[in-house]
Design a protein around this ligand. Structure first.
Ligand SMILES: C[S@@+](CC[C@H](N)C(=O)[O-])C[C@H]1O[C@@H](n2cnc3c(N)ncnc32)[C@H](O)[C@@H]1O
Length: 413
């Protein structure tokens, strides 16, 4: 978005156009671009402003999942929204920084400002640096729109050039996109560069670096705590907490709608106990797996692994745990398509979820090959786990502990 476009949207006429655009998009047929544009033009909104308002209103609607009701007051670009930290994650980080005594934070590469705003909400003054002029203008507009401008100073500059004297902590969430806008998993393609990002640790002792969840553990700065965060079982980020901010070497933080946050910590090198398949299988949360805390998790449910390289945990009893889904295993079968098809038919299974770890099979293809019977309103639901046990390809059949086998649609126990 060009800064002039942002200025137009922030004018009284722009605010009115944004309100009208949100109403048009929510009305029947509003998802058709031509209908929406015509409706705004008919309401007297000039064409360029109508286009900008419709784009912005659509971005705000998409942003609700990350920012809640505040999205309706904020400004976004498509890339800025995609890269922005969810408020629930940013607020947690900000609260931890504040609790650690941080009062003045540099946010280097602040984007549209999700982390900056969260820090300001926590009462931290923020020096927000953004290289892209339009994005920097949006970050400043968002600070004003959310009533946090007094705590936020946005500067449009290259983060590698700014003076960090006076801040008592630094946060950096580098852009992880290639020149074509596609996501990159290679830290050497980060912007600011990975060399700059990791050098911050020596310049500002209290530093937090946000990185992609798939980051190589070898890149964790010495002495840092590496945290993986999941939201509703979806791993959304990793962050390295450096210097005095570091806690235990590895942490998995699980945020779930409507429940308190939970965290599992360890050193990531806990010894792994391997044993046979047992009656209950746990599929650990992705944050636990990424943090290399599967062995630490197994200890919390008195579990063992079936194969030391595969993150399924087996135990004799079901334990109510936030760290993984629990399935009751009813059948352990050496993998054979014919045998599996026969067992599923015999059980009347018509609805099957397929989980896999350590299996080369394509679940979608397997589902087709299994040719499950379809039965409207009847039949049995089951879970199929494709894995290896002691090196052997194995199929495990079972059901979630909270939803035992039974007619499809039967209430969970
Ligand atoms: C991943 S986004 C930050 C998102 C932000 N944490 C949020 O939640 O809204 C990274 C940002 O860094 C900016 N950036 C990239 N290289 C930079 C540099 N050398 N100096 C300052 N900003 C930079 C990009 O323009 C982009 O907006």
């Amino acid at each position: 978005m060009h800064p002039d476009e942002l200025a137009a949207l922030r004018s009284p006429a722009g605010a009115a156009a944004l309100t009208a655009a949100a109403q048009v998009l929510a009305a029947p047929g509003g998802d058709d671009p031509l209908t929406a544009a015509t409706a705004l033009r008919t309401a007297g909104v000039p064409a360029p402003l109508a286009t900008a308002a419709l784009t912005q209103a659509a971005l705000r609607a998409r942003a609700v999942g990350k920012f809640g009701p505040a999205a309706a007051r904020m400004f976004f670009t498509r890339a800025g929204l995609e890269q922005a930290t969810r408020a629930v994650v940013a607020d947690r980080r900000a609260a931890r920084l504040r609790a650690a005594g941080v009062r003045h934070l540099a946010d280097l590469g602040c984007g549209v400002g999700a982390d900056t705003l969260a820090a300001a909400r926590a009462g931290i003054r923020v020096y927000a640096v953004e290289a892209d002029p339009a994005t920097a203008a949006i970050a400043a507009a968002n600070a004003e729109a959310t009533g946090l401008a007094d705590l936020v100073t946005v500067v449009c500059a290259d983060a590698t050039d700014v003076d960090l004297t006076g801040v008592d902590a630094a946060f950096c969430d580098p852009a992880r996109r290639s020149g074509t806008g596609r996501r990159t998993f290679d830290p050497d393609s980060y912007s600011p560069s990975w060399d700059f990002v990791r050098s911050l640790v020596a310049r500002v002792p209290r530093t937090v670096l946000k990185v992609a969840p798939g980051i190589d553990h070898a890149l964790i700065p010495p002495g840092a705590e590496a945290e993986w965060v999941s939201v509703d079982r979806d791993v959304v980020e990793a962050a390295f907490w450096c210097g005095p901010l570091a806690g235990p070497p590895r942490r998995a933080t699980l945020l779930r709608s409507g429940r308190p946050a939970t965290g599992l910590v360890g050193d990531g090198g806990e010894p792994v106990a391997v044993g046979p398949v047992r009656r209950y299988l746990y599929d650990p949360d992705g944050a636990v797996v990424r943090a290399h805390l599967v062995a630490a998790f197994a200890a919390t449910v008195s579990g063992t692994l079936g194969d030391e390289s595969i993150a399924y945990v087996y135990a004799d009893t079901p334990t109510d745990t936030p760290y993984g889904r629990c399935l009751e295993i009813t059948d352990v079968l050496p993998f054979s398509l014919k045998r599996l098809r026969a067992v599923l038919r015999e059980r009347g299974v018509t609805r099957l979820e397929i989980l896999k770890r350590g299996s080369p099979l394509d679940p979608a293809q397997l589902r087709r090959d299994l040719r499950l019977r379809t039965a409207a309103g009847a039949g049995v639901a089951a879970s199929l786990v494709l894995t290896r046990v002691a090196g052997a390809p194995t199929a495990l059949l079972g059901h979630p502990v909270s939803a035992p086998p039974g007619p499809v649609g039967a209430p969970a126990r």
